[in-house]
Unconditional design. Sequence first.
Length: 179
Amino acid sequence: MASKADENIRGNSKKPPKAAKIVGGVIVAVCMVVLVLIFLDIYGTDLWNLSPARNLEGTWESTFDCIYYELDPFFENTREVKVWGQFSMQLLQDGNSVSGIMDITPTSWEYLTEYHIPLVSHHFHFTGTVEGGNLTMTSDDTAPWVITIRFAFTSDIMTGTISGNMIDSDPNTIVLTKQ
């Protein structure tokens, strides 16, 4: 006849310990997640590149003069000229990628330093990306220096900030509406 100790050992050996049950459950869950991700990858679902919230393609213009600054080419980040100007943009969109042409035309200005560079209009091509409710555009080699504009958009209005080697603005002072 078997002792009580032998029965406990035999009885416990038939049931897996709690840790083994937990590990088994985790393995099953991980396998299920991997299978779902493989299925989504096979059928071309892109989980990380969400489509933009709306179509931005078209003409965008400022309805009032936006303020930006021309910077000193020799003294980094020194604002030489405060400029009021009109912005006009032709935007093409393919999913989350954008491209187009931007024109910035000064309408009036105020010199902030004794020495300053001559005021110029800006005309440049750009490329960029849409992420959620944000649009970031960077000039290509048609601009004399790199210009970046970051917009937040809602409905038919974009509000943004321009920056570059020779140009910048205060936050959200560039306001464009879809035409």
